[in-house]
Design a protein around this ligand. Structure first.
Ligand code: TRP
Ligand code: ZN
Length: 856
């Protein structure tokens, strides 16, 4: 790591660009190892004080540069090149050479399988040509793509196709034009051979849009769900927000090599094939759900991200938080709102709370960034969406819509800030949101402590709420925030009316009084997870049970259940695994009886809280005791109710697979039953039969997961069969790799070694890397946290290798190893040893350097 690379950029240092680019013409002569890029930009000076033009560039070979037709010398800078004393207005022509085939970082122009494709967000365009690689420079693009006709029958770029033709030596070309000015991070190009699915969508105002989905040859039958999802998303955005699509064509290309989920390039989305391809045999219900939500997410970006974009990368949550919120609303409308919400709460508690309490803690609008790729985080995305949701709660459905209308109409075609967004919400609703703005600049998870008292004689319920945000790695001082605390009060007896309300907590401490509460109340706090906070409230098992039984909010019911079970697990862990409290047993008896009435919700309630969720509730964790206690409770519940699990499982069988809500819910519950059944003796036959008779990936995977979690010998047998059936299918093989990598057993490190020498493994493919090393580091708790530190060493060895290939993916995989503050001293020390190894490595990427340095 050289010192110049390790400097952080600060939001406070933002300066508007000295030059603008109104139009750019790009020409790509595509060749595997030597692609020639010609860029002709119309440049204007906008700040007369700035004399030199500095352009960003990375891994480029400069072939020549001309200003108004005159070849010009340039000087090199840390970031790219400098042109001194340029005219006020000129044409800039730059020719560069790039090497797509050897680009394994998957940023800029690269090859995925046989196809050329690009990824420019956040700062990948500088790997294509020298440019002002920042989102507040918006230009109109014309793009000519030239490639071999046989290898690349399809030549795609943003916008509309305006011309095409043949060229010499078996090559051909296409010319595309995007009428909407855009930042360079939204530029895209694809050239390759695909199968194509086509459809149409007629917009609200009657314009016809061509929809085209490009997939690897032979995958047509797996593309329909993605295309259907796109049409649903387009209709939903018109109906919910009055937002219409604006070009005549919308293209989606699925590729196997991709660092993230998908990318919203204008008119030409590029997707990880994992979020496109699905059929019953190869994809799970969860895959179907994810596809619908990611397709929608990228589509929604067309307005929240593309038409209105970010001024600078510190504002990333402006587009991501808002677009995640929009895709969450969409998913809630398409499927079961309660289940969708419960899973978002899980993401917040398992991953975002962990980030906020670790060395990478940052506000949803970070103030300092070393490597931008490190800030595509659960905080910016998911906590960002929670902040938008709180605005929605505070302003109401209509007020929020008014704010959105104001935001879009005021800023269409501009690059703006999070403040501009909040300002639009304020102006449209005449509301003062100054205290609320703190959510954008303050990191950390607020803790709300609750003191609650009901007075029978006065029939008053008094709630004293106190908020406190613990200091974080990036910020010592914290201010009180504006927190919407939704609550529900239900009578403990179940007799009589309940009451729901949203309390506005604005001070450090505040008292709320409720009159006419005639019967003893149980209070559910933070119903619907109304704010991204932790609640510290000592409720009793009796009150929790009342909430589970009588509350109207399903999230509150699930939450009370999780709390009750968590408390039991902590009790077992503390008592050294001797006594198990009775209340989870009573609870499960009740749930199992009712299971058929609301299968989806009860499935979520029967699922024990994950290790990470448990860990987030404690300041210090004893890994072994916690794992042991969770395991013990699971086995106990499995055995105690073995007859019920079995009966329920049989009742839940479905006719032929269909991705349809009622079936999805039954399969979910049936999977939970299997996971308990696998802990009991005499389950082998059931598991074997379930595997044999499954006609879909959801049920098949449920069997494999259940066997894996319980380390049954049957696991290896079924996995061999599974591999034989699917070895040629990359997406299914990712599942196979993940199942092996997640298995907690003493020999798991040698398993990992074997997996990585498997013929289908490749360090160059992020999906494969994530399914093996990602699953290990994030979910194989026992293996990763081995007492002797060998799990940490294993990950570190791998990161050193991966960092040289794909730093972006390496930096994601290190996450579980930098969030170590709650672990025991022995493990902390072993982790620090490994972090030091990374720190002292000579050519560590900026991505890993930023995280390692903060963690140490
Ligand atoms: N903007 C993308 C989204 O929809 C995120 C993304 C895709 C991305 N590819 C990336 C971010 C590569 C950084 C690097 O959320
Ligand atoms: Zn996004």
């Amino acid at each position: 790591m050289s010192s110049n690379q390790s400097r952080a950029m600060k939001l406070a240092d933002y300066q508007a660009p000295g030059f603008s680019v109104s139009d750019i013409y790009l020409e790509f002569d595509l060749q595997d190892e030597q692609t020639r890029v010609t860029a002709i930009s119309q440049v204007q000076r906008v700040d007369s004080a700035i004399r030199d033009l500095e352009l960003d560039g990375k891994k480029l070979i400069l072939e020549g540069l001309w200003i108004n037709g005159t070849q010009t010398e340039v000087s090199l800078t840390e970031q790219g090149i400098r042109l001194t004393e340029v005219p006020d207005q000129f044409e800039l022509r730059i020719e560069t050479l790039i090497d797509p085939v050897n680009n394994h970082a998957l940023e800029g122009l690269y090859k995925s399988g046989g196809a050329f494709c690009t990824q420019c967000e956040a700062q990948g365009f500088r790997r294509i040509t020298y440019f002002l690689d920042r989102p507040d420079v918006m230009a109109r693009y014309r793009v000519k793509v030239i490639a071999d006709k046989q290898d690349c029958p399809y030549l795609l770029a943003n916008g509309n196709l305006i011309d095409s033709g043949d060229a010499e030596q078996g090559r051909h070309w296409a010319l595309w034009e995007d009428p909407f000015p855009k930042p360079c991070y939204l530029f895209a190009l694809v050239a390759g051979d695909f199968d194509k699915l086509e459809d149409q969508f007629t917009t609200h105002s009657g314009r016809q849009v061509e929809l085209q989905l490009f997939v690897d040859k032979g995958n047509v039958s797996r593309g329909q769900h993605a295309l259907d999802s796109l049409k649903k998303a387009m209709a939903w955005d018109e109906q919910k927000y009055g937002l219409e699509y604006d070009l005549d064509i919308y293209m989606i290309v699925a590729v196997d090599f991709f660092n993230m989920g998908a990318m919203e390039n204008k008119g030409l989305n590029i997707f990880n094939s994992k979020y496109v391809l699905a059929d019953a045999a190869s994809a799970t219900d969860q895959d179907y759900f994810n596809i619908e939500s990611v397709i929608a997410h990228e589509y929604f970006h067309n307005w929240t991200g593309n038409r209105v974009t970010c001024r600078d990368w510190f504002q990333l949550s402006l587009k991501e938080g808002l677009t995640v919120f929009r895709d969450q609303q969409f998913s809630a409308d398409m499927a079961s709102a309660a289940i969708v919400r419960i899973n978002q709460v899980r993401v917040m508690r398992e991953h975002q709370f962990a980030e906020d309490s670790g060395p990478m803690a940052h506000p949803i609008r970070p103030a300092e960034v070393m490597e931008m790729n490190n800030f595509y985080s659960v905080t910016v995305y998911d906590k960002g969406a929670e902040v938008i949701r709180m605005l929605h709660t505070l302003l109401g459905e209509q007020g929020f819509r008014k704010g959105m209308d104001c935001y879009i109409s005021r800023h269409d075609g501009q690059a703006v800030t999070c403040d501009d967004f909040v300002q639009a919400m304020e102006d449209a609703n005449q509301r003062d949101l100054s205290l609320f703005r703190g959510w954008y600049s303050q990191s950390g998870t607020p803790v709300i402590s609750v003191d609650c008292e009901w007075d029978e004689s006065t029939q008053q319920l008094r709630l004293d709420l106190t908020q406190k945000t613990p200091p974080t790695a990036d910020q010592a001082e914290k201010q009180p925030l504006h927190i919407p605390v939704a609550i529900e009060v239900v009578p403990v007896s179940g007799q009589g009316e309940g009451r729901s309300e949203v309390l506005s907590l604005t001070g450090q401490q505040q008292r709320f009084t409720f009159e006419n509460i005639s019967a003893e109340p149980a209070v559910a706090l933070l119903t619907g997870f109304s704010a991204p906070v932790k609640v510290d409230y000592q409720s009793t098992p009796g009150h929790q049970l009342a909430v589970i039984l009588y509350a109207s909010d399903p999230v509150a019911r699930w939450d009370a259940c999780q709390q009750l079970v968590s408390d039991a697990i902590f009790t077992i862990a503390q008592n050294d695994a001797r006594t198990v409290p009775d209340f989870p047993i009573e609870l499960f008896a009740g749930l199992l009886e009712q299971a058929q009435t609301e299968p989806a919700l009860i499935a979520e309630m029967l699922e024990l809280p994950s290790f990470e969720t448990l860990a987030q509730q404690r300041d210090r964790i004893d890994v072994d005791a916690l794992l042991g206690a969770r395991k013990q409770l699971k086995t106990l519940l499995a055995e105690k109710f073995s007859a019920q699990w079995q009966r329920l499982f049989i009742q839940l069988s479905n006719p032929q697979y269909d991705y349809q809500q009622q079936q999805v819910e039954r399969r979910r519950l049936s999977g939970v039953c299997l996971s308990y059944l696998a802990c009991t003796e005499a389950s082998l036959d059931i598991l074997r039969q379930a595997y044999k008779h499954s006609d879909n990936m959801t049920d098949t995977l449920a069997v494999l997961k259940a066997c894996q979690a319980e380390n049954l010998p049957l696991f290896d047998e079924l996995m061999q069969d599974f591999e034989q059936r699917w070895h040629d299918d990359p997406l299914v093989m990712d599942k196979w790799f993940a199942l092996h990598a997640g298995r907690q057993h003493p020999g798991c490190l040698s398993t990992l070694q074997l997996l990585m020498s498997h013929g289908r493994y490749s360090i160059n493919n992020p999906n494969r890397v994530r399914s093996v090393m990602g699953t290990f580091a994030f979910y194989n708790t026992e293996g990763f946290h081995r007492r002797d530190g060998s799990g940490y060493r294993f990950l570190t060895d791998y990161l050193l290798e991966l960092d040289a290939v794909n730093p972006q993916v390496a930096a994601r995989l290190i996450t579980p190893m930098i969030q170590y503050a709650k672990l025991d001293e022995n493990r902390q020390q072993k982790i620090r040893l490994q972090l030091l190894r990374l720190f002292e490595h000579k050519s560590l990427s900026r991505d890993l350097y930023e995280k390692v340095q903060k963690a140490l």
